[in-house]
Design a protein around this ligand. Structure first.
Ligand code: F3S
Ligand code: F3S
Length: 105
């Protein structure tokens, strides 16, 4: 699947989700997360991101590789809702993301 990385944190542009044909990009508090089981690898989200935060998992740069787990673990307890619109903004982040220092605005 495709993966949203730390470049999204506090940018949260959301252009990516408008491109997703299966609505599998879910809204956390500081970033968005791609559901690894719902993503159909279409790749439409990748060029939509103004800060290049999205990568195909096999192309993740070394320093962002752990974000494959971060995206997957975000859905622990949520299962596979089958659409981000259905669940709306979740108002929380993966613990690792929540702990990141705020970026200077
Ligand atoms: Fe984030 Fe880029 Fe989407 S900043 S919300 S991954 S368009
Ligand atoms: Fe959607 Fe991007 Fe996957 S557009 S289907 S999250 S590759």
């Amino acid at each position: 699947p495709y993966v949203v990385t730390d470049a999204c944190v506090d940018v949260n542009d959301k252009s990516c989700r408008k491109q997703c044909p299966v609505d599998c990009i879910y809204e956390g508090d500081r970033m968005l997360y791609i559901h690894p089981d719902e993503c159909v690898d279409c790749g439409a989200c990748l060029p939509a991101c103004p800060v290049q935060a999205i990568f195909y998992d096999e192309d993740l740069p070394a320093q962002s590789r752990h974000f494959a787990e971060v995206n997957a673990e975000f859905f622990t307890g949520l299962g596979s809702p089958g659409g981000a619109k259905r669940v709306g903004p979740l108002g929380r982040d993966h613990a690792l993301v929540a702990a990141l220092p705020a970026t200077a605005a």
